[in-house]
Design a binder for this molecule. Sequence first.
Ligand SMILES: [Zn+2]
Length: 64
Amino acid sequence: MERGFTVDYAHGMVLQSTWHAGEPTEAKLLGFIGGLGVESDRHSDPKIISYRCPECHLLLNYTT
Ligand SMILES: [Zn+2]
């Protein structure tokens, strides 16, 4: 298995994906302005690392 990570493309940024508990909910600025994606906590949500099988391309994800 080869170690890697899932790339998350944002507005002008390339990030490493993270894991967040629960169902996705819309993020809102000041509690009412939407269009910001989903709620998350980039400081405490664990990063996702992946292992890829070079033969069958299976991905296994783990959090840090
Ligand atoms: Zn395989």
